[in-house]
Structure formats: C-alpha cells, structure tokens
Ligand binder design. Structure first.
Ligand code: SF4
Length: 395
C-alpha cells in the first residue's frame, strides 16, 4: 500500500493580515460548524464522488494508507475542537491509517490557544502544532495586522507544553515592516530559547493583491509599505538565522525549514518529494503522482457542491513529463541534501529525451548549484536567493 498525506483546508481567519492574499476570509463564527460538517462529508463520500466523476486517477489512492494529516489554513485553531475531532475521525474511518508514527499537525495562531483547546486537540489525535509566531516584536506584529503579541507566544508554548505537546514548530518571517537587524536577531534568539522541535523561516512576500501590496504599488502610509526592509537586509537576516540555528543543533533540511533530530516535517516532505496527498476543504489541492486537482476556492461554492453530493473539484490537470521533470528539479532542490540525478536522468531521457546533465552543468558554471557525482544541491551561498536559481532551472 502506498502512503498518502491528507491536507484539510480551513479557509477562515479572524482578520486579514496586511500582506496576505490567500483564499482565506473573515467569516462569522456561525459559519465554522457548517463548513466543518461539509469537510467531514467530503471525506466520508470521496470515493463515491470520484466514482461518479470518473476521475480514474483517484483509484490509485483507494488502497493508500494515511501516515500524515495536516490541518492548515487559514486558522484551523479557531474551530471548536469537537469539529476538528469529527474531521479527524472521518479520516480514520475512511482510510487505513498508520498507527505508530502518524504525524497530525494543526496550524494555530498564538492568541487562539487555551489549555482546554490544547487538551482537546491532543485527545483528538493532533500530535504536532505549527505556531504562527512570525515575530517577537509587537510593532512588527501590529503593522502586519496580526492579532497576537509577543506575550501570547510565550503563553501559547507554555500551555501546549503543559498539556503534553512534544512536537511544536514555530514560524518566523524575515522582512516584516519595521523589522531591523537587531529586532530580527532578537526574534531568532527568543525562538531558540523556547527550543521548539522545528522552526520555519520565511522571507517576507507581499502579494500584489494584498492591502500592503497595493500600497507598495500606489503609495501610502497606512500599512507601513515604506518600512519594508530591502531584499539585501532580508538576505542578511536569513543568513544570520542559518548560522545561529545550525550552531544550536537544528538541522537545516529545506530552504525554509530546520528541525531538531527526528523532527523533520514528514507531511511537507511529501510535497518536495512529489509523493501523493489528498486535500479536503475549499481550495485544497491533491496530487496522485500523475494528476493534480483543486477544490473550489469559494467556501460557499464548495459547501454547495458537497451538499449536492457533487465532486467540488474546479481544476484538474494532467502533469506532463516535462512539468514532472521541472518539479523533480525545483521541488527536490529545495531540500538541502539535494537530488540524485541518476534515476531522474534515466527516467526522463527515456520519456522526453531531456538533456538534464547539460542544464545542470550550465547552472553549476554560474555557481547556482554544486555537483558531487550524481548528487546535485543548491549552492549554499545561493539559498537566500533560491528563487533566482529556480527561474534559471526551469525549461
Ligand atoms: S493568518 Fe495566515 S492565512 Fe490568515 S490572513 Fe494571516 S497570513 Fe493570511
């Protein structure tokens, strides 16, 4: 049986962060429970819905067993834990699940955590919390439109630990408005003092459609567009974090991710390794190794489809061998251990006569990647500008 990851999308937040243009919205609390019931029903009915839609590719996942579940968003920690428990129960009844070593992650914003919720999450089977800390500086959090403050991060971690969570990952963002080298270094040090099992560090990205993105283009002062650090400052922040985390026992295993030994994100590794995952909920994506599909993004359209027992899929794409090769390269190279070129070359030379060796040699000559035998990695000096490498890599 093939292992498969399950992703559950919760598309609601309490407020909209200034830089975000994800398909998430601010909805009244009354909308949460009906949405959770729709997701539960989608999970319970997915085989029947796929059968009526003649989506043959899903058949390959029929006999898969689930070894990772990820509740993301949005802010799934806003939901009543009983609703999350029913969703997880639906997964357990519909899929063969790995018992030992199953990883079940819940994304949580610090201000939404209470001891009661933490205990209920554990009881429901959640064993990993992804905490959206982002910064330990209130001025940065406030400017970004986040609702939590520095003190909430400490209290959230204390509550999670006291209830027994022993696998916590903490997110930080390098490059928030008003961030300075000193404030960034302080955020990294505070995170290290809390000693989470895993840390993700993202370079600040502003969607053009977000409020901050529009202010950057059109001018204005409301969202602190003028206080966004430069790209060079962000790269320096990233390099500082790389050095500090590596010196304190964290293994840098993916461009944005560090883990204490044994705590790599098994769910996210599936994305970088092109392993199959099934997504449930509005806007959730799925991949079976050959096809990708995405559910309707609009929660109302999604719920209406589920109500009528229709497949909520709004996009379906067959991944061509050329796309698959590009993905092998740019997803695989996100991992610091790199990729083994030999099997990739053999597979794609046969399929599309691709001269991958020549492409990699060009990148190596430009200093973007390093090669040792058939193993290829991103050049360590280029990690902070990996997007440039990926653009050069794509055929
Ligand atoms: S919490 Fe995350 S998904 Fe929600 S608005 Fe903020 S950045 Fe977007």
């Amino acid at each position: 049986m093939r292992p498969v990851g399950i992703y559950i999308q919760v598309p609601f937040c309490q407020t909209k962060c200034t830089y975000c243009n994800f398909h998430t919205g601010v909805a009244p609390r009354a909308a949460y429970a009906p949405y959770a019931r729709a997701v539960e029903r989608e999970i319970r009915d997915w085989r029947a819905m796929f059968a009526t839609a003649h989506l043959e590719s899903a058949a390959s996942l029929e006999s898969a067993f689930v070894d990772t579940i990820y509740l993301g968003g949005g802010t799934p920690s806003l939901f009543d834990p009983a609703d999350l428990a029913r969703i997880l129960e639906a997964v357990r009844t519909q899929f063969a699940c790995a018992d030992a070593g199953r990883e079940v992650t819940l994304e949580a914003d610090p201000e939404t955590i209470t001891p009661e919720k933490a205990a209920a999450w554990l009881a429901a089977g959640v064993n990993r919390i992804s905490l959206g800390a982002q910064s330990f500086h209130d001025a940065e959090l406030k400017a970004a439109g986040r609702l939590h403050r520095r003190a909430d991060i400490f209290s959230a971690i204390a509550q999670l630990r006291s209830k027994g969570f022993d696998n916590i990952t903490l997110d930080l963002i390098a490059g928030l408005p008003h961030q300075t080298a000193a404030s960034w270094q302080d955020s990294v040090e505070e995170a290290l003092r809390l000693r989470p099992e895993h840390i993700s560090i993202y370079l600040f990205e502003i969607d053009e459609g977000s409020r901050l993105g529009r202010e950057l283009l059109a001018g204005g002062t409301r969202y602190s567009a003028a206080a966004v650090p430069t790209d060079d400052a962000m790269a320096d922040s990233y390099e500082f974090a790389c050095e500090r985390l590596s010196r304190t026992g964290y293994d840098h295993y993916e461009i944005s991710n560090w883990a204490l030994p044994g705590f790599r994100s098994r769910h996210n590794l599936k994305y970088w390794r092109r392993e199959p995952y099934l997504g449930f909920g509005a806007g959730a994506h799925s991949f079976d190794g050959h096809w990708r599909w995405a559910n309707a993004h609009d929660p109302a359209a999604y719920a209406a489809a589920i109500e009528q027992a229709r497949l909520p899929v709004e996009q379906l794409e067959e991944v061509t061998p050329k796309q698959a090769l590009n993905e092998e390269l740019f997803l695989g190279l996100r991992q610091l251990e790199g990729i083994d070129l030999a099997p990739i070359e053999a597979q794609y030379r046969a399929q599309i006569n691709a001269d991958i060796g020549a492409r990699i040699e060009e990148l190596r000559a430009q200093g973007l990647v390093e090669r040792s035998g058939s193993r290829v990695r991103l050049a360590s000096a280029r990690l902070a500008v990996s997007n440039e490498v990926f653009v050069a890599l794509l055929d």
